[in-house]
Write a protein that binds this ligand. Structure first.
Ligand code: FES
Ligand SMILES: [Fe+2]
Length: 378
């Protein structure tokens, strides 16, 4: 079996626009927070440069269609929606919102035999999960294939793991002027913490110290194995109010295409989040964080405070990447160093391996052979 054989150990990341812009099709992506999608109007979203029109039918069930009419390309989002069918604003073709199947072509006379039920507006699998509308973006169909009935997704919608029924949910969204790759490696980079996330409530720059973390491969990613969170972080100090120092553990998983799961457990208390970085276009992405937790339930305003801190944290990342994009615009030569940037290297290697296996129709060769210990100062 020929698979992916060369594990590229180079330490620099030469600018390669083709590589940098590759988006992974065939996965579920977050389109928008559930609360923003109402029954009253059609909404638009752009995911992986795919224009979508989204809405909710009469029963409240969300749907997503390709936002260009199969007749002559008018965006369907300009059309009318009666709760069941979307009507194109140009020549009035009507499509069932859930299946995308054509229901009526007003210009046809009764003796014209066109089989309208073979015509589809591109339809995308669409589901609601943890307060978000998710859309499955399949591989693009070959040019000229037209729209037929869409294939069903090959995997379930990702979920925020929970460890009990009683919990609260919070979410945050930020647009980043960066490619999905820079968004993702910015998220897994341990060395920026002391410089970007300095705040009295988080940690002081002077608290930088050496750390060791164990990593292990996962089928489409890798895990930072369960460990006691950094002693110089504020969440850790807060968590000590809940449980013995030794019983507090954090596990962080990264999975293709764009998912970062973080689970903190402290006795019977837990905090669980799923952060995604969604490609909008080749040079724009969006970060969405959904957290579920049973901590802070007794703290007055606990949740609100948590959200404010969290928002500040994400805003610091957003602002940093905004500035970084000023430099990236000039296509500078870049490098990734060991060990702090090793997770970023794995990300690129896993992505390459995944794409190569898909192209060749073989099993994916994971770039990690087993557990690895990394060291850095942060
Ligand atoms: S472009 Fe939509 S009906 Fe003609
Ligand atoms: Fe950060």
């Amino acid at each position: 079996m020929i698979g992916w054989t060369v594990v590229n150990e180079r330490s620099d990341l030469a600018p390669d626009p083709a590589r940098d812009s590759r988006m992974l099709f065939g996965f579920w992506y977050r389109a928008m927070p559930s609360g923003e999608l109402t029954r009253k109007r059609l909404d638009k979203a752009l995911l992986l440069e795919t224009p979508l029109v989204l809405g909710r039918d009469r029963r409240g069930k969300p749907f997503a269609l390709y936002d260009a009419c199969p007749h002559r390309g008018m965006p369907l989002s300009y059309g009318r929606f009666d709760g069941t069918e979307v009507e194109c604003s140009y020549h009035g073709w009507r499509f069932d919102a859930q299946s995308g199947r054509c229901q009526a072509i007003p210009s046809l006379t009764s003796d014209q035999p066109l089989k309208i039920d073979r015509i589809y507006a591109g339809r995308y699998a669409c589901q609601e999960q943890d307060g978000y509308i998710w859309v499955f973006i399949p591989d693009p169909s070959p040019p000229g294939a037209g729209f037929t009935k869409a294939a069903e997704p090959s995997m379930p919608v990702p979920q925020v793991p929970t460890f009990g029924d009683k919990c609260k949910t919070a979410h945050l969204t930020a647009d980043l002027p960066a490619s999905v790759d820079h968004g993702i490696i910015g998220l897994m980079d341990p060395a920026h913490g002391p410089f970007v996330h300095q705040a009295w409530w988080w940690r002081r720059g002077s608290s930088i110290h050496e750390k060791q973390k164990n990593f292990e491969p996962l089928p489409l990613g890798f895990r930072m194995s369960a460990h006691t969170p950094s002693a110089n972080s504020a969440p850790y100090k807060l968590l000590r109010l809940y449980a013995d120092t030794d019983s507090i553990t954090t596990t962080i998983d990264f999975l293709l295409p764009n998912q970062r799961y973080e689970i903190i457990r402290a006795g019977k208390y837990w905090f669980s989040s799923l952060t995604t970085v969604t490609p909008i276009t080749r040079d724009r992405c969006r970060i969405d964080v959904v957290a579920k937790y049973n901590l802070f339930r007794w703290l007055p305003l606990g949740s609100g405070l948590l959200k404010v801190f969290f928002a500040k944290f994400v805003e610091q990342d957003r602002r940093t990447m905004e500035r970084q994009s000023e430099g990236l615009r000039h296509d500078p030569h870049l490098m990734l160093i060991d060990d702090a940037d090793r997770p970023a290297k794995w990300y690129f290697q896993i992505k390459d391996a995944y794409l190569e296996a898909k192209r060749a129709g073989t099993a994916m060769r994971h770039p990690m052979n087993g557990p690895v210990r990394l060291k850095w100062r942060s």
